[in-house]
Design a protein around this ligand. Structure first.
Ligand SMILES: [Ca+2]
Ligand SMILES: [Ca+2]
Length: 471
């Protein structure tokens, strides 16, 4: 059973277990009864218009301001008077700051009664969130290798979007549980599944440990359980501002766990059924998914050209508007040799380091859409990606956090950014999401990614701003 199996695309697994006191921290927070108020609301933008002291903001002036706004395809509503002579005008959608600034200048020049017009800028808390280990999440905010998440959160946290993690299942981690939807177990073979049966409605990760020689001669070493899906789910939507653990990139989004891999990997046939089900399409013998995903994360693959069956599944889910994001793979070769990342219509994600260069292991090539943080733990353990994990080496044990590295860790960054984009603009088609991600990324100099990293390092703030104004 070695050939048809797709391997998960993470290296080196766990080298550090942090947050061993997670449960203790959660209990302490509950005891203190602290309420973590969201400091940044979902955001549509506005303008502060100040009128000179002897003037009034009359209906004619408001109508002329509205006409200017209409030229930028937004409507402007007068919200309320502010202290000290200002009026707050609210827009009905998000505009990039540069466009908002331009509209402000245009309105300011309408009439000499106007003193000034300024964008109603959202202030983002400097610490991003109060999650205990957010300071170790360099991948979210650091200037060189981070994805500019603070800027994106001013516009979106992913509300209303479902992201499917088609992977090893998940553990009910305390920092993840509130954002998990009921998923499904698509592992059809009992020997792979370890839960005593085939397909069933429980997407829990039972552990994918194996003994020496159990899987194949190519992977003959024994393996500990990887808790791969739990780590990926945390990167997408770990609970934010709860005082414990980490934060996900799209903490208002929901994760749909779709279990396809177990001991020794995942069969292509199970991955295909899991993907199709995730998108809300019918799969024989399984009830229809009541929470269709707009984004599917595939952090698995094999060194094979894209199979016809895999391509057909990708085409089917894209046809109903679902974005497919796949890890490029960790062999330092051209991604066109990898399935599913090399398939048509897939957003292929390379892995980058804390310095913002291609990671040594990451695949590359013209088919890459963007790179995202996958980390390099050869440099230092803390230069990996920190997320939710389990301490069990075989069977599940306690909730912990751990660093992992790989294109498996890079892909969920992009899946989560796609969720932020779809939250501000649900009409975006998969092709549009892909082109906006690529066009808004920060280019990586060729010397830092020989072979090509697509548009460069994914930029969450620029991608969400571009999504907000896209038709
Ligand atoms: Ca099962
Ligand atoms: Ca948290």
């Amino acid at each position: 059973m070695n050939q048809p199996l797709c391997r998960t695309l993470a290296l080196a697994a766990m080298v550090a277990l942090l947050g061993a006191g997670l449960a203790t921290q959660a209990q302490a927070s509950a005891r203190s009864g602290r309420v973590h108020k969201e400091t940044v609301p979902e955001f549509s933008g506005g303008l502060i218009v100040r009128i000179k002291s002897d003037a009034v903001l009359d209906e004619r002036l408001i109508a002329r301001a509205r006409a200017l706004a209409a030229r930028h395809n937004v409507s402007l509503a007068q919200l309320r008077r502010l202290a000290r002579g200002g009026h707050l005008m609210q827009l009905d959608k998000v505009l990039p700051h540069s466009v908002l600034r331009q509209l402000a200048d245009e309105i300011a020049m309408l009439d000499e009664r106007i003193d000034y017009v300024e964008p109603d800028v959202v202030m983002v808390p400097m610490g991003l969130s109060n999650d205990k280990h957010v300071g170790e999440q360099w991948n979210l905010t650091e200037a060189a290798g981070g994805i500019d998440l603070a800027g994106a959160w001013a516009m979106s946290r992913g509300a209303g979007v479902v992201v499917a993690v088609v992977d090893s299942g998940v553990r009910p981690h305390v920092d993840l549980m509130p954002n998990l939807l009921p998923g499904y177990d698509f592992v059809s073979k009992r020997a792979v599944a370890r839960d005593g049966d085939g397909r069933d409605p429980q997407a829990w990760d039972e552990g994918n440990w194996s003994t020496a020689g159990q899987c194949s001669t190519a992977h003959g070493d024994p393996d500990d359980s990887s808790w791969h899906g739990t780590h990926i789910a945390g990167t997408i939507a770990a609970v934010s501002n709860n005082g414990i653990g980490v934060t996900g990139i799209a903490p208002k989004a929901k994760v749909l766990p779709v279990r396809v891999s177990g001991r020794c990997g995942a069969y292509t046939s199970d991955i295909i059924d899991g993907m199709v089900w995730a998108a809300g399409l019918p799969v024989q013998g399984v009830p229809t998914n009541p929470h269709p995903a707009r984004v599917i994360n595939l952090s698995l693959g094999s060194v094979n050209s894209c199979s016809k069956a895999f391509q057909a599944a990708i085409d089917a889910v894209r046809a109903v508007g679902t974005v497919v994001v796949a890890a490029a793979g960790n062999s330092d070769i051209d991604v066109s040799r990898i399935s599913p990342a090399g398939c048509r219509g897939v957003i292929a994600v390379a892995a980058s380091t804390r310095e913002g260069a291609k990671a040594y292991y990451s695949n590359f090539g013209r088919h890459i859409t963007v790179a995202a943080p996958g980390g390099d733990m050869v440099q230092a353990a803390g230069n990996g990606i920190l997320s939710t994990y389990n301490s069990g080496t075989r069977r599940p044990a306690t909730d912990v956090l751990a660093y992992m590295q790989g294109t498996s860790m890079a892909a969920p960054h992009v899946a989560a950014v796609a969720a932020l984009m779809l939250s501000v603009n649900p009409r975006l088609e998969p092709d549009r999401v892909q082109s906006l991600l690529k066009g808004s990324a920060r280019p990586i100099p060729p010397a830092q990614c020989r072979g090509g990293c697509g548009g460069g390092l994914v930029d969450a703030a620029a991608a969400v701003a571009a999504a907000a104004v896209a038709p």
